[in-house]
Design a protein around this ligand. Structure first.
Ligand code: ADP
Ligand code: MG
Length: 141
């Protein structure tokens, strides 16, 4: 499965602005298969654990407040070269600097409310999928 899996979060601002449908459509139309998905409202504990690598950075507290401000949708995605291809599809962290047509350019508001999360390595993709999904929730055919 290495290289074929990535993990995404459709962030609270995307859900509240009703962009879940278009975002999932863009993801699947670009060749990603959804193999696990669910909506949940993160607790402070869960969001802090997920973003623990950023603990101590100036944006951490605001990021946790944002990520817990409303429901999110988390999903495990499958495709060849999934991590790199998904980072290309979402664009740069700052939506203003993201390429035209990318998800963050289309649906991001600012550096914090940048529409979606995408894993940054194969190793982290698996860790992040395991953080949110059990074996029972992962669809394998
Ligand atoms: P990415 O999501 O592109 O991998 P990072 O891992 O560096 O970016 O940051 C995690 C998340 O923290 C970003 O997606 C964004 O929501 C938020 N963030 C990062 N840098 C900043 C910043 N300078 N100001 C506000 N929020 C930030
Ligand atoms: Mg990151």
């Amino acid at each position: 499965m290495n290289g074929e899996i990535t993990f995404t979060i459709v962030k609270p601002s995307s859900i509240s602005r009703n962009h879940l449908g278009p975002i999932l459509t863009q993801i699947t139309e670009n060749g990603f298969k959804i193999i696990a998905i669910k909506m949940l409202h993160l607790s402070t504990y869960q969001a802090s654990a997920f973003y623990s690598v950023h603990k101590g950075k100036f944006f951490f507290d605001d990021l946790i407040e944002y990520m817990t401000s409303g429901p999110v949708v988390v999903a495990m995605l499958e495709k060849d070269n999934a991590v790199d291809d998904f980072r290309k599809l979402i664009g740069a962290t700052n939506p203003e600097k993201a390429d035209n047509g990318t998800i963050r350019k289309l649906y991001g508001i600012d550096m914090q409310r940048n529409a979606v999360h995408g894993s940054d390595s194969d190793e982290n993709a698996l860790i992040e999928c395991r953080f949110f999904f059990s074996d029972l929730e992962i669809f394998a055919d």
